[in-house]
Design a protein around this ligand. Sequence first.
Ligand SMILES: *Cc1c(COP(=O)(O)O)cnc(C)c1O
Length: 425
Amino acid sequence: MQKSNSIDIEFDKEHVWHPYTSTVTPLPCYPVTSAQGVYLTLEDGTKLIDGMSSWWSTIHGYNHPVLTEAAKAQLDKMSHVMFGGITHQPAVELCRKLVNITPAPLEKVFLADSGSVAVEVALKMALQYWHAKNEPRSKFLTVSHGYHGDTFAAMSVTDPANSMHRIYKGFLPEHIFAKSPECGFWDEWNENDINDFAEKLKQHHLDIAAVIIEPIVQGAGGMRLYHPMYLKRIRQLCDQYNILLIADEIAVGFGRTGKLFACEHADISPDIMCLGKALTGGYMTLSATITTKHVADTVCSGEAQCFMHGPTFMGNPLACAVANASLDILAENKWQQQVASIEQQLAQELPPIAELEKVKSVRWLGAIGVVELHQAVDMETIQAAFVEQGVWIRPFGKLVYIMPPFIITPSELSHLTYAIKVILS
Ligand SMILES: *Cc1c(COP(=O)(O)O)cnc(C)c1O
């Protein structure tokens, strides 16, 4: 008999599907019972330093008193109310904040449930925009090694090999993929890097509704940190051919790269921006798609007379209240110093790891550190080894990477890089 207060790992293994896992050969999952600051506590009392921020989201750390209080206070008022024909303070306040902190022409906010849905919303906005202009267009241009989510439209602009487009052939729309940027963030810019993208845009521009790209950091598609000039050129080319630009800031938005939004590295603003992940400080799911008055009003002047989207839990007050608290913490502007210190420390502690035999290269930007190996890791073995070292780091393929909460201390961060070094040695 399972004790009622302990986590039934066997049931989990038999019946619970985890992200990207097999029911035939399920890998063990670690039971977490609580989390505080940068620490996850396992059921047996083991404490792990979290190097993942629960996939980019818990930037202020777990169980932050301000965020927890915001959630509790909102819970006592109302946890949810429909958003059709009704509005509420948490949503209005959140949209005001987002309009204020995002690049200037972005001013119309659509709140959605998750990152993937924010991307769906952005793509639908672009399609409705061209439909309203009586120039229907059905293609999107993006680059290889991208990741935009797991729903169908988001997957259709995600790297075709990584997301196994061939399995869904005949159902998944086929879009246009240019070569991903080769020039790294810290490299000298090579103008040839943009050639393939420019060529594809020139060739197909009359069919293309929008370009969609992750600014500066390609996340789940390969942890590639690319040169700001690549993004600058994309903005220029989109202007030249009159194509909308969608910036997917879901992973990197809210300070992760050292700028509040990664677009700021290239000093550009997109026509549509997607936000998610860290929006609620990692407390719950919420996303936002923000666009310009021009795009929004054009969308709404078309046949449908409105934007055709409206999920049940749109603008969930509980999520909005926590997001407001998270943005208030960011507004104290401590994140800049925190992320800058993390970047400095990664610049010190990652290069020695590059000397290891198994390691192909290392790279870093802001609060992101990446170690690329020559060969893919054995997930089960390496995961257990990291836990043994007292850290939570979840590699994929050839990539061992960290993006810790901004509040991590220098000694905790050293613990993470030390664990990587020891295990890869
Ligand atoms: C995680 C991610 C998404 C999808 O967000 P979900 O909340 O997982 O649906 C989309 N784009 C990027 C860049 C992401 O990192």
